[in-house]
Write a protein that binds this ligand. Structure first.
Ligand code: NI
Length: 254
């Protein structure tokens, strides 16, 4: 079944129909969803939410755009959340020089601290990196070796993807691969072995064609799987099966 490795169902965009939508996931072929923290607040709401759904797990971490929320005290509060059931990864963490919400030094500091946390807890990491390719790779080489996890919503070159695959990381592929201007990601998918790819929505964002611009949800991953299958010249079933196996291995659920 479909494994959505990265979703944000705590978003207010789901407030009106969250229950019904999530209840429909099994019949839409979705077997597992990892709900991912981004803001400091979500580190508390996300682990609560996943308790309600047997097919849902949580990742806890603070996004680079929100790094200003972290200090020693809030970091310690976040760390306690890993004692909750079904919290299986640290994320999303990383660097974002596109929105550039927080100073780079501050982003780097809390990225490195959260990588350290993952090491201490022996958990995989979910990496967010936008327009920060070289700084991210440098930090990952120094602090991220052997942790395992995914470079989520991968937006860099096929050469960069190969670097991460060599380090044992998975490449996160979502709706962008279906976009007309998604050529770079299509190339990455063509060059990256299917055994190193995981599927994700990043919902409510980045809905695939034919829903581009609308609210995304895990059911739409089948359109991503179809595109990956087309690029790889394999069946959609094979893409769903292999990426589910990859995701389970990555999250230690196998
Ligand atoms: Ni995300």
């Amino acid at each position: 079944m479909i494994f959505d490795t990265h979703a944000h169902y705590d978003s207010s965009q789901f407030d009106e129909d969250r229950e019904e939508l999530l209840a429909s996931m099994p019949e839409q072929g979705v077997g597992t969803i990892v709900n991912v923290g981004a803001s400091f607040e979500s580190c508390f709401t996300v682990p609560e939410m996943v308790k309600k759904y047997p097919f849902m797990y949580a990742a806890v971490g603070v996004h680079p755009d929100e790094a200003g929320a972290l200090n020693e005290e809030t970091f310690a509060m976040m760390k306690k959340q890993f004692a909750q059931e079904k919290v299986i990864a640290v994320g999303e963490i990383g660097l974002d020089y596109y929105w550039d919400n927080e100073p780079h030094d501050l982003q780097k500091k809390w990225f490195i601290r959260q990588l350290g946390l993952a090491r201490e807890l022996s958990l995989p990491v979910l990496i967010h990196s936008r327009e920060a390719a070289s700084d991210t790779l440098e930090i990952m080489k120094e602090y991220g070796g052997g942790l395992g996890g995914v470079i989520h919503c991968f937006s860099y070159s096929k050469e960069m993807a190969a670097e991460y695959v060599k380090m044992g990381y998975y490449i996160g592929v979502g709706g962008v691969v279906t976009f007309k201007n998604g050529r770079k990601l299509k190339e990455v998918v063509a060059e990256t072995p299917l055994t190193s790819i995981v599927l994700e929505t990043d919902c409510p964002y980045l809905a695939p064609v034919p829903f581009r611009g609308k609210r995304n949800n895990s059911g739409y991953i089948r359109y991503v799987a179809e595109e990956v299958a087309k690029i790889k010249g394999v069946s959609v079933q094979e893409v769903i099966r292999q990426t589910e196996e990859n995701a389970k291995k990555m999250y230690g659920l196998a």
